[in-house]
Design a protein around this ligand. Structure first.
Ligand SMILES: *Cc1c(COP(=O)(O)O)cnc(C)c1O
Ligand code: SF4
Length: 455
């Protein structure tokens, strides 16, 4: 199907510094404007005109899912934090005083869930290699230093910490070299997953510098790119200056005999509803690359089965492959977005029941936690007790993968660290490196027991 190309548009970021000058600002209710001003001191936002003009339905604001996903909301800060920031601003506090307050609140928000900085960092010649993570044998995550920002900041994202100037927490790796050397030393790695930030923020020629050396390494069979660009800036693949260059690079990767997958972070069906987004998916697929869809299930955005049915079926119609539904992780505005695991499972199940096998390639809900990726199979009764049935889709110890196990039912549990083994035989699945595991009483894992996921 041939479509006329949409007119090019220039990328223009919308942040706290220019939002007040934009047309929609005056149409927002005063309390919505106040919330954006106050909360964005702590949790910055960044979006762009495409999201504002084509994805947000301003008649539905503040409930509109894309508005919730991209703009700060009052409930993202605890009341006491919100009041302290508001009072500081209203009383005309000095910049330094406000900065100190904001910093202390950010530190409370678990900016780097445990394990992310200290575990899984590989070594080369005995030295830790920054900008890389190797947790599961077959797959290396790579964070190119030029890709450490995003087209927009999703309000629930753990990566917010990278965007707010906590420099010491930043992953960076200028040396694509290190990556290549590491991969040559580790032939067991078949997959390289570019993540960030958003690697698609990079110019095509910069991305090429990172990816081209991998095409000389035979053991690398799959290159994945985790990106939100098809949703937030599909022009990256269509009308941007170097969009064609990127498509040629994709073709080159595919022609080298490798699987190229765009791991598209898609949260809501409206993201696939625009002509620009659909054209982007078509162009990507025309290079021979695959598009796979993944994202967390979050309150206020996609907490209903209809949204997922619509997302998966419209994705499949465009040739995209549903991959993971994640559980919202334990960082940032978690309290605003998280849901009980049972509810996540119900949303998944109800949506899954209504799609054909073509969309049932999706797995979830899955928690990317410290031991691995934990798949919630469901809530059931076993030996007269109510329990979660679980399995690991990934685990540091591969022998534990795909072994069903049980956790005591807890209707309020929102993350793996809240779950307890149902019986003694379930205990090995709850073991955390360096953390004691017991059947009763003592906490299993720290409250921050989680690690990075791969959106
Ligand atoms: C999710 C994840 C991967 C990729 O896992 P797949 O199941 O192959 O998609 C790799 N490394 C880390 C650390 C991850 O969290
Ligand atoms: S990394 Fe993904 S989820 Fe996080 S802000 Fe960027 S696009 Fe959003």
């Amino acid at each position: 199907m041939v479509q006329p190309a949409p007119a090019p548009t220039r990328y223009r970021a919308i942040t706290r510094s220019n939002v007040e000058g934009l047309g929609f600002w005056g149409r927002l209710r005063p309390e919505t404007r106040e919330a954006i001003e106050i909360v964005s001191q702590v949790l910055p936002f960044r979006t762009n005109e495409y999201v504002v003009d084509e994805l947000i339905d301003w008649e539905q604001v503040p409930d509109d899912p894309m508005f919730q996903l991209t703009f700060p909301q009052k409930g993202m800060l605890e009341d006491s934090h919100y009041r302290r920031v508001r009072d500081a601003i209203w009383s005309g506090a000095e910049r330094a005083e406000l900065d100190a307050l904001v910093e202390s609140i950010r530190r409370d928000l678990n900016p780097h869930p445990a394990g992310q900085m200290t575990l899984n960092v590989p070594t080369l010649d005995g030295e830790p290699v920054s900008g890389m993570q190797h947790k599961y044998s077959e797959t290396v995550l790579f964070f190119p230093s030029h890709g450490q920002t995003c087209h927009a900041y999703c309000t629930f994202c753990f990566r917010w910490a990278q965007f707010v100037g906590l420099e010491d927490l930043k992953f960076a790796n200028k040396e694509a070299d290190d990556l290549a050397r590491y991969l040559r030393a580790h032939p067991e790695v078949s997959d390289v997953l570019f993540t960030g930030g958003d690697p698609m923020i990079m110019k095509s020629r910069v991305f090429e510098r990172y990816v081209a050396p991998l095409l000389d390494i035979e053991t690398v069979r799959t290159i994945r790119i985790g990106t939100k660009a098809p949703a937030y800036w599909p022009q990256r693949f269509t009308t941007d200056d170097d969009a064609d260059e990127l498509m040629r690079l994709f073709e080159r990767i595919v022609q080298s005999g490798r699987h190229l997958a765009l791991m598209a972070h898609l949260s809501h069906p409206v993201e696939l509803s625009t002509e620009r987004a659909q054209l982007a998916i078509r162009r990507i697929r025309a290079t021979g690359a695959n598009v796979r869809m993944q994202s967390p299930v979050v309150r206020h955005v996609n907490d209903n089965p209809d949204a997922w049915v619509d997302l998966w079926t419209s994705g499949v119609a465009l040739g995209a492959i549903p991959y993971y539904m994640f559980v919202e992780r334990d960082t940032g505005a978690r309290g605003y977005f998280e849901m009980p695991l049972e509810r996540c499972w119900n949303i998944f199940r109800e949506a899954y029941q209504r799609v054909s096998g073509m969309a049932r390639t999706v797995r979830g809900p899955s928690m990317s936690c410290l031991p691995g990726k934990c798949h919630i199979l469901g809530v059931t009764n076993i030996g007269g007790r109510r329990a979660f049935c679980l399995q690991f889709l990934q685990h540091r110890d591969a022998s534990l993968v795909r072994q069903p196990f049980f956790a005591a039912y807890d209707p309020r549990a929102t993350w793996f660290d809240k779950l307890r083994p149902l019986t003694a035989s379930d205990e090995p699945y709850f073991a955390m490196p360096g953390v004691e595991t017991r059947l009763t009483g003592v906490t299993v894992g720290a409250s921050d027991a989680s690690t990075i996921d791969d959106d």
